[in-house]
Design a protein around this ligand. Structure first.
Ligand SMILES: O=C(O)C(=O)C[C@]1(C(=O)O)C=C[C@@H](O)C=C1
Length: 377
C-alpha cells in the first residue's frame, strides 16, 4: 500500500472510532445523572484502574501506550460528568463570595514588606500602593505573620527573578500559610556596586548582598574576584556597609538604597543580563479578585502513580489554558512527596475554567486555589 492508501485506512478507522467515542461519552452522561440522584462522586479510581489493566491485558506490546489513550478518554469523561454534577461547592462559594475590585487599593493602610527602607520590595509596594506607608520586617515569614495578625491587609514578597529563578523560601511560605494572591508586580532590577565614599574599586574584596542579588551578579563578582557574602536583604547590606569601619567592603543594592544609606555608586547595572526582572506578589487573608484578573495560581498534590501529574496538566490543556509556571516543592515529611505550584493564564469568570478548578478540587488529594489576579508591570 502507498502512503495515500494507508492514510485512507486510518481515516476509515477514525470514522469508526468517532461514533464509539461519542456513544461512550453519552453513557458517561447517563452515569453522571445516576450519580447525581444517588450522591456518588464523579471519580472512581478503582474502576479506572480496572479498566486500564483490562485494556493493557488486551493490547499486548501496545498495552502501555493504549492505556494512555484510555486515560485521556476517561479524563474527558470525568470532565463531562463534572459539568453535569457541578461539584467543588466549597471553591464555587469561595469564588462567588470574593470581593471584586478594580485597581486594588489598601486605602492608605500599611503594606508589609521584608527588608529595610530602600529594599526592592519597597519599590514594588510603592508602585502598587502609592498612598500606603510600608512596614518593613526582618524575615519573609514576618511578612506573612503581619498579614496573619491583621497588622497589614496586604504583604509583598518576591517569588522569582528572571535570571536567578524562584525564591524557594517564598514558595514554601505560600504553601504553609495558603494566603490568597491578590496582585503581582514585575519590577525591573538594576543592581549597583556601592561603597562608602572614599573607598576605591581596587580596595574592594568582600561584597555583601542578598543571595538572589549575588547570584544575579555572579559574572561580575567572578570577573573581579570579589567574594560574595550573603546578607538578609540588599538594602540591609547597604546599611551594614555604610555603618561598618571596614574599607574593603561593598554592597550590591538599588540606586535608591545607596542614596538612602549615603553610599557611593561605584558601578551601575552589574547584573548578568540587562533585562533583569523580579516578580513580586501581593498576599492577603481575604480573597479579592481584580476586575482585570488574568492569572490564576494553584497548589496541588498528585498521587504517586505513573502519569498522574501529566494527566492533571492535560486537563489544563483540554480546557485551552496556558500554563506559565510549574514549581515543585517537597512536603518535608521525609517521603519525597511534592506539592506542585502552578500559574495559568485565565479567569474564574470563564465558566469552563471555573468548572475545571472545581473538578480538580474534588479529585486531587490536595488542592488550594490561591487567587486570580492582575499582574502589573
Ligand atoms: O464508572 C463510573 O463510575 C464512571 O463514571 C465512568 C468512568 C469512565 O469514563 O469509564 C468515568 C469516571 C470514573 O472515574 C470511572 C469511570
Amino acid at each position: 500500500m502507498d502512503l495515500l492508501e494507508l492514510r485512507n485506512e486510518i481515516d476509515k478507522l477514525d470514522d469508526e472510532l468517532i461514533p464509539l467515542l461519542l456513544k461512550r461519552m453519552d453513557i458517561s452522561r447517563q452515569v453522571a445523572e445516576y450519580k447525581v440522584q444517588n450522591g456518588i462522586p464523579v471519580l472512581n479510581e478503582q474502576r479506572e484502574l480496572e479498566i486500564l489493566e483490562d485494556v493493557a491485558s488486551k493490547c499486548g506490546e501496545q498495552g502501555e501506550v493504549i492505556k494512555t489513550v484510555f486515560s485521556a478518554i476517561m479524563d474527558a469523561s470525568r470532565a463531562l460528568q463534572h459539568k453535569i454534577i457541578g461539584g467543588g461547592e466549597e471553591l464555587r462559594n469561595l469564588i462567588s463570595n470574593a470581593k471584586c475590585e478594580k485597581n486594588l487599593t489598601a486605602n492608605g493602610e500599611p503594606i508589609a514588606c521584608q527588608g529595610v527602607q530602600g529594599a526592592y520590595s519597597g519599590e514594588a509596594a510603592k508602585a502598587l500602593f502609592p498612598d500606603s506607608p510600608i512596614d518593613f520586617h526582618k524575615q519573609f515569614e514576618d511578612v506573612f505573620e503581619a498579614v496573619n495578625q491583621n497588622k497589614a491587609r496586604f504583604g509583598i514578597i518576591p517569588v522569582e527573578n528572571s535570571t536567578a529563578g524562584s525564591v524557594h523560601e517564598s514558595y514554601d511560605l505560600i504553601m504553609k500559610y495558603k494566603f490568597f494572591i491578590v496582585g503581582a508586580y514585575d519590577l525591573r532590577v538594576d543592581h549597583c556596586l556601592c561603597a562608602k565614599p572614599g573607598v576605591k574599586f581596587e580596595d574592594i574584596e568582600n561584597v555583601y548582598s542578598h543571595t538572589q542579588a549575588l547570584s544575579q551578579c555572579n559574572i561580575f563578582l567572578k570577573n573581579f574576584d570579589f567574594t560574595g557574602i550573603t546578607f538578609s536583604n540588599t538594602a540591609a547590606a547597604a546599611k551594614f556597609v555604610s555603618e561598618s569601619e571596614k574599607n574593603n567592603i561593598a554592597a550590591i543594592c538599588s540606586e535608591s538604597a545607596a542614596k538612602k544609606y549615603g553610599l557611593k555608586i561605584i558601578r551601575k547595572g552589574i547584573q548578568n543580563v540587562t533585562n533583569n526582572t523580579t516578580r513580586f506578589i501581593v498576599i492577603s487573608k481575604e480573597l479579592v479578585i481584580d476586575e482585570d484578573a488574568e492569572k490564576i495560581s494553584l497548589i496541588f498534590s498528585a498521587p504517586h502513580r505513573t502519569g498522574s501529574l501529566y494527566r492533571v496538566l492535560g486537563r489544563f490543556s483540554m480546557t485551552g489554558l496556558n500554563l506559565t509556571k510549574l514549581e515543585s516543592r517537597p512536603v518535608a515529611n521525609g517521603r519525597f512527596d511534592y506539592y506542585f505550584y502552578v500559574d495559568i493564564l485565565g479567569s474564574v469568570r470563564d465558566e469552563q475554567t471555573l468548572d475545571l478548578l472545581c473538578a480538580l478540587s474534588d479529585e486531587l488529594p490536595e488542592f488550594s486555589f490561591l487567587g486570580n489576579y492582575y499582574e502589573g508591570k
